[in-house]
Design a protein around this ligand. Structure first.
Ligand code: SF4
Length: 205
């Protein structure tokens, strides 16, 4: 029976599923309300935050489409709108000028910084839980996310530390960066190791 029907919402699994559903509704509302205040759509807010924290190679229309789980055409439309607001700019990649990257303008960077607290209400509710409950919640939600990731419903973006492709200090004297990414077979400068990457795969324990 569907957990949407309160008459049958009598298992832990059903009640937790509906609780998670309500949390996503709250997140949607928080994004929409903030968006109204700053004249941006929730998608535009997510795009600015993506461009602020994604690793350089994925700041493209294709990378944005993946992040938004949208088509290329939709992502391109979002980028056009943000460009018209002078929050982002398109620039050819220096190593391959056929690749067009998306970058925040100083104005877009400032806007993204002001949007970073958009989910603070959720974080406050989590922070109010006792430590043991937070640990249990973290473990449970990570397990659910992994399941959804394997099923193809979410894409996980994480930073290099903890990724199985990350090789710390592989070439400490390389001016391009002391670390190495075995996935891209490329050096990694220190600041880039703290950015989000869709190719992250957790290292084995
Ligand atoms: S694949 Fe792993 S090591 Fe390479 S950039 Fe992504 S997160 Fe970093």
């Amino acid at each position: 029976m569907s957990s949407f029907n309160p008459k049958y919402r009598n298992t832990s699994g059903g009640r937790i599923t509906i609780a998670l559903y309500r949390i996503t509704q709250a997140m949607d509302l928080l994004l929409r309300e903030r968006g109204k205040a700053v004249r941006l759509s929730p998608t535009q807010i997510q795009s600015l935050l993506f461009l602020k924290y994604a690793r350089p190679g994925v700041r493209t229309i294709g990378g944005l489409a993946n992040r938004l789980e949208s088509t290329y055409a939709t992502a391109s439309g979002v980028a056009d709108a943000l460009e018209r607001k002078r929050l982002i700019q398109r620039t050819p990649l220096p190593e391959d000028r056929r690749v067009i990257t998306l970058g925040l303008t100083p104005r877009g960077d400032g806007e993204a910084e002001m949007l970073e607290d958009v989910l603070d209400e959720i974080e406050s509710a989590v922070n109010a839980l006792p430590e043991a409950e937070q640990a249990a919640l973290l473990h449970a939600t990570q397990t659910i996310v992994r399941h959804l990731q394997h099923a193809g419903y979410v894409r996980v973006y994480e930073m290099c530390w903890g990724c199985q492709f990350f090789q710390m200090n592989a070439h400490p004297d390389d001016p391009r960066g002391p670390h190495h990414c075995a996935f891209m077979d490329a050096p990694l400068p220190e600041p880039n190791t703290y950015l989000e990457c869709p190719d992250f795969v957790p290292a084995e324990d």
